[in-house]
Design a protein around this ligand. Sequence first.
Ligand code: F6R
Length: 615
Amino acid sequence: MCGIVGYIGNREAYPVIIKGLKRLEYRGYDSAGVVLYDGTGLKLAKTKGKVSDLEEKAAKEISTGGSIGIGHTRWATHGVPNDVNSHPHFSNSGNIAIVHNGIIENYEPLKKELKKRGYTFQSDTDTEVLANLIEDVKKKDNLKIGKAVQVALNQVVGAYAIAVFDKEKPDEIVCARLGSPLAIGVGKDEFFVASDASPFIEYTSNAIYLEDEEMAIISLGKPMKIRKIKDDSLVDPYIQELQINLEQIEKGGYDHFMLKEIYEQPNVITDTYRGRLHANEGLIKMAGIEDNLQKFLNAPRILIIACGTSWHAGLVAEYIFEEFARIPVEVEYASEFRYRNPIINENDVVIAISQSGETADTLAAIKLAKEHGAFVFGVCNVVGSSISRETHAGAYTHAGPEIGVASTKAFTTQITVLTLIALRLAQAKGTLSNSMFHRYLQELELIPEKVSEALETNDVAKAIADIYKDAPNCLYLGRGYNFPVALEGALKLKEISYIHAEGYPAAEMKHGPIALIDEQMPVVIIAPRQEHYDKIVSNIQEIKSRSGKIIAIVTRGDVQVKELADHVIEIPETTDALSPLITTIPLQLLSYHIAVMRGCNVDQPRNLAKSVTVE
Ligand code: F6R
């Protein structure tokens, strides 16, 4: 979490940094700050609140000139969000400024030692400890700032992406990463440093992504040097041409990124299967799968590890893999998996799912699985992310940047990729009949069109949102493939509207949650006309007879559920296994409208961050 931006060049640094921080606010938004150097001294402005609050404060407190600076938008880990704990932090001399994304785990013993040596601390942060540690090693051994950063980082345990500026070496920024992402934008006579490329995409499409345990010294007029932090060896900078453009990271006329991303789903699902799904020829072509087909086919089981929405996509995949390819699947929260001494066999295939590709728990679970000799396959959205690099092979979801903190298009594109994999394995194993295989391929090709139709439920979803926007609680129920969709629907509602919501398998209701049902309780039931239709109709009757308010997601033309439900949202028909790609759409819209009507910050819900790079 946290976003960092740095600039060194010939432009005014301040507007570049502010605009960049706004783009990175998805990573954290409880406080923000900037340090600028204008050739005379360091100018600091920082505050609790958003980047817009920082702008107001900076306008009053500092002159914003200068063409070098570093900035930060924070998601608090150590120390409450307040002005003092906001970044940048200074060393005691006031010469060294630092912005940091990550956690210094051994900051307490380091702080104790520094205190003994006379250092004092203003904040409760681990970052201020690092600033003083750098100063201490610099002074002790009379080092230049780059070397001092390197020596200090070798004493640090934890995760970091940092940008460091030293007033005594005012023509350079030192940056480094371990476990948190860091990209360097390489322009003509200018450099940018940022947590991702979005802050500099309009200035340059050339980027270097630092690898773990690498540091770079960027300075004007000198070739950039990238080194390994541990052994000081030089690394050849690999400059990538970025694939994203400015339009993709702007709202494009929508009120919120979340809404834009919901509406992008027909296109991005098409992007996800483009070149992979060949329905007419009856083929699925995915290089990452073909190259490792035997590993998948020989696997006694598939383990899926992920967090949050990605974990929900994993649950959908469990149903699909077992049904299509008859391979046993276990789905685990990465955070549990990594700490519970799991049984991992050499022949197991592990699929790690992550939109950001930076989730700390998922990354750690991957490393654990690799240590046990398992083959790890990544399903990521962000190209070049840590998880995409850490896994043995993988498939990108091609959803484009997802900026709204609540995942929407990531979920549907993850399911699309996983369905393609399951179908390819089923074909190779012969576990699906030829006709079923072809039918699924053709149906998958129609999904974007059906998602577009499902988006037409927007007005109905909005009208229902208006009725239930003040509900304190909400239940989501689904069966089979749509049980994970119920979990996802509940997660969407709670994270952006702060209404307490729970997802359950519909039949599980009578084992407890039914006690919650009364005339105040809205119950969202995913009830398309499919295998368990009669069972779900019975569940609806059970709720109805206890006066619960029923909002049902039904197949267009449904009669039975319509008679029982208080409200229905009608969606196009598809096969059972592919239905999550459609049923989830009205649930996203419902949550979105409820959150907007409650005056919540949809794209930046409280306490959350898009990329959870701390455990
Ligand atoms: C929910 C949401 C989170 C993420 C979770 C995993 O809308 O966005 O639950 O799904 O933090 O993130 P990734 O997929 O980036 O690993």
